[in-house]
Design a protein around this ligand. Structure first.
Ligand SMILES: [Zn+2]
Length: 496
């Protein structure tokens, strides 16, 4: 069943074909084999991932998407490529280490995922895009400053390997990222086209690959913790932890308990990227990959709900849903609840057919309209989807003043939004994975950090012995003075 909360909703249930052993299915099968082998320490050099693809990739110029054969776009001016060749890439030891890091994350540690590698730098060129490319670092630092995290607390992902990315992306798509011009189009920063691709890789795509792995790690943490007592797995996980794991003297020593069933990746949420198409500052499809990954590791999780509250329509994973990526992997359903400004990018009417519960908003929408629709829509979506895991794309570009989101949601409204999502999921005992996604103002990091602090406090997500002898003293950014009361120190409770 579908719902619409606007005058002209685009609602349709996609149908999927039952083609036998599609390309994606073969890759997922191989990936599942990897997981089983990893669990049994049976790594052999003969493992391989099949990377066949029959997709045709059309590449637009700067400012346009890299579109696939499923796109309605007819822009092919920059050339196209196609292949039916089957590449076979042996899985390296490094790849297995990357996967193993996701395999046995310790749920005794705070389920916050972050790497300093997330942050993007282009020798100043990144300032040509309104995106705050240091947002992740700022959120992390604010949480540390507020004593909500120790610097070593977050789980640190390793960089997503080519083999891992090929689980979702055809080789041909990944090859397009070797063109700085193509990446410039995805990032919407035209001067990037003039940079050597080696710099583009190291300064922009590598950070995104870290964030992709972070999304998988966060999803794993949320799913795993729902079924384990936090203190019971520390010994078992330590034996198999990757050497790439964060060095930490005693990361969980100050945490007395963690409520299971949630996690936050302080990055990720590249919701405009599908398996074969990048765009809107999203080069990798971390949400689609996380869906495949979670089902591969936890086969009983077959019904996933994506709650997308970024201001923009989430068209990447939606296109993958329409293309049958998830069905062919054996996933029963990927239900999509998407609240978005229908008057801005991407306006992807094709992808909109995949949205089960669209809530289309207008430019200038306020808390008063937004929050009741979210509360009701989420409740209905949880009921209809019978979700076993929620991926919450918590973009903050709906914050008032955002030049791209063009909505008027207050800082308090975003905090309440996050609380509603977490509370409804946790009350139903559905693990929820929060991704930061969009947010284009310097003030976003402050709002995100305050919201995480609010989640911790209002939902008792974790207990910290420092709560009682240390409180935050984080002054609000000038742009968020409307909510300054939340930034002041309190004797009785920790606030940001
Ligand atoms: Zn957005």
């Amino acid at each position: 069943m579908s719902h619409a909360e606007c005058d002209t909703p685009v609602v349709a249930q996609p149908t999927t074909t039952s083609r036998s052993r599609s390309t994606i299915h073969r890759r997922v099968d191989t990936y599942l084999q990897h997981l089983r082998l990893a669990h049994h320490d049976q790594l052999t050099s003969s493992i391989a991932i099949a990377n066949t693809t029959d997709s045709i990739i059309h590449v637009d110029g700067i400012g346009k998407d890299v579109s696939d054969s499923g796109s309605e776009s007819d822009n092919t001016s920059m050339g196209s490529s196609s292949s039916s060749r089957a590449d076979v890439a042996p899985m390296s030891t490094a790849d297995m280490q990357a996967l193993q890091l996701c395999h046995n994350p310790s749920t005794a540690r705070l389920p916050v995922v972050y790497s300093s590698h997330y942050n993007i730098s282009f020798m100043g060129l990144e300032k040509l895009h309104p995106f705050d490319s240091k947002k992740y670092e700022r959120v992390h630092q604010r949480l540390v400053d507020a004593h909500l995290l120790k610097p070593t607390d977050p789980h640190q992902p390793v960089e997503a390997s080519p083999a891992l990315l090929r689980v979702i992306h055809p080789v041909e798509y990944l090859k397009t990222l070797q063109s700085s011009m193509k990446v410039a189009g995805i990032l919407e920063v035209p001067p990037v086209a003039m940079l050597p691709n080696s710099i583009v890789q190291s300064n922009a795509l590598s950070p995104m690959r870290y964030a992709v792995a972070g999304t998988l790690l966060a999803a794993d943490l949320a799913a795993k913790s729902m079924h384990q007592v936090p203190s019971s797995d520390s010994s078992s996980s330590s034996a198999s932890s990757s050497s790439a794991s964060a060095p930490s003297s005693s990361p969980s020593s100050h945490i007395s308990s963690i409520r299971p069933g949630w996690s936050v990746n302080l990055g990720g949420g590249f919701h405009h990227c599908s398996a074969t198409r990048g765009g809107g500052f999203c080069a990798y499809a971390d949400i689609s990959l996380a869906i495949l990954y979670i089902h591969a590791k936890y086969p009983n999780i077959k019904r996933i709900l994506v709650v997308d509250c970024d201001a923009h329509q989430g068209n990447g994973y939606a296109r993958d849903k329409l293309d049958g990526v998830f069905n062919r992997a054996g996933i029963e359903s990927v239900y999509i609840l998407d609240l978005y400004n229908a008057w801005i990018y991407p306006g992807d009417h094709h992808a909109a057919q995949a949205i089960d519960h669209p809530i289309q908003l207008r430019s200038g929408a306020t808390d008063r309209e937004y929050l009741p629709k979210l509360r009701r829509g989420l409740s209905v979506s949880i009921e209809e989807s019978r979700a076993q895991l929620v991926i919450y794309n918590a973009g903050t570009d709906c914050l008032v003043g955002d030049p791209l989101g063009q909505m008027n949601i207050s800082a308090e409204g975003i905090m309440e939004r996050d609380r509603i999502v977490f509370q409804q999921c946790l009350d139903k005992q559905i693990p929820v994975v929060m991704l930061l996604s969009g947010g284009y103002q310097k003030s976003n990091a402050e709002v995100i950090a305050r919201s995480i602090a609010n989640l911790k406090q209002s939902l008792n997500l974790w207990q910290n012995q420092h709560d009682h002898d240390q409180s935050s003293d984080v002054a609000p950014d000038s742009e968020t003075d409307s909510s300054s009361k939340h930034g002041k120190k309190s004797k009785n409770k920790e606030e940001l």
